[in-house]
Design a protein around this ligand. Structure first.
Ligand code: PGA
Length: 257
């Protein structure tokens, strides 16, 4: 009988606008590398601010690097923006697109879809963030989530689907107390829902391979329940990714699940 190989899980650290110096960033990065070198079945990706990407690339292996955003045009007069090919050139394998903190600054799903279209052409893998701002009792948040996914992926060709990782991040649980994170059971409901929406757009066979991550106050104290019962393939981690001890503990939990 053919051996069924488990697909590799993924843990992503989103450093946001931290830390404040390159020296500090190297210290954190090396701290993460120390433990991670021993974990085989998990891919670990760190997404630092743009200015740290190239220097960290020099001490990369076996970690991977990603950016926190990208512009939707490929080249030209766009002051302050960074293109997908520049990210590849700097050593990025991934880019986060549509994080709720960017959406809160005015990024629409239409812009998100344009960014995805540019990034996949450069062969970048995408961590597409989706998530409702609030929960209501009538289930409107599911409709919101469905539309956000569909609108963010509008026009994205099936052949690029394998480049997409979906990160479900309920906005109301980002940056909150670790004790209040979502339960594995609740994450599972959403994971199944997201798989269904993807299957409706791209077909069941194609979409079944997409990784789904959970993000929102992930920490060692809640990671086990979510990875074991949430039907997710890993995490998108904010604050704890700046703490090598906590982040390494999360990686270990994911690797043992
Ligand atoms: P948090 O951030 O883990 O600090 O809640 C998650 C995120 O915004 O991606």
């Amino acid at each position: 009988m053919a051996k069924v190989t488990k697909r590799k899980k993924l843990v992503v650290g989103n450093w946001k606008m931290n830390p404040q110096t390159l020296e500090e960033s190297q210290k954190i990065f090396k701290g993460i590398k120390k433990v991670f070198g021993k974990v085989k079945n998990v891919e670990v990706l760190v997404c630092p601010p743009y200015t740290y990407i190239q220097p960290l690339n020099k001490i990369l292996e076996p970690l991977k690097l990603g950016a926190q955003d990208v512009f939707f045009e490929s080249v030209g007069s766009f002051t302050g923006e960074v293109s997908a090919s520049m990210l590849v050139d700097a050593g990025c394998a991934y880019v986060i697109i549509g994080h709720s903190e960017r959406r809160a600054m005015g990024e629409t799903s239409e812009i998100v879809s344009k960014k995805i279209a540019t990034a996949v052409k450069e062969n970048l893998k995408i961590i597409l963030c989706v998530g409702e701002n609030v929960r209501d009792t009538s289930g409107d948040y599911l409709e919101f989530l469905k539309n956000q996914l569909k609108d963010s992926l509008v026009g994205m060709q099936k052949r690029y689907l394998s480049n997409i990782v979906i990160a479900y991040e309920p906005v109301w649980l980002i940056g909150k107390s670790y004790g209040n994170a979502m339960s594995g059971q609740d994450v599972q409901e959403i994971s199944i829902f997201i798989k269904k929406v993807l299957a409706d757009i791209y077909g069941k066979d194609e979409s079944s391979k997409n990784l789904i991550l959970y993000g929102g106050s992930v920490a060692p104290i809640n990671a086990k329940d979510i990875i074991e019962h949430g039907q997710v393939d890993g995490f998108l981690v904010g604050r704890q990714s700046l703490e090598p001890t906590g982040f390494n503990e999360i990686i270990k939990i994911v690797s043992e699940a």
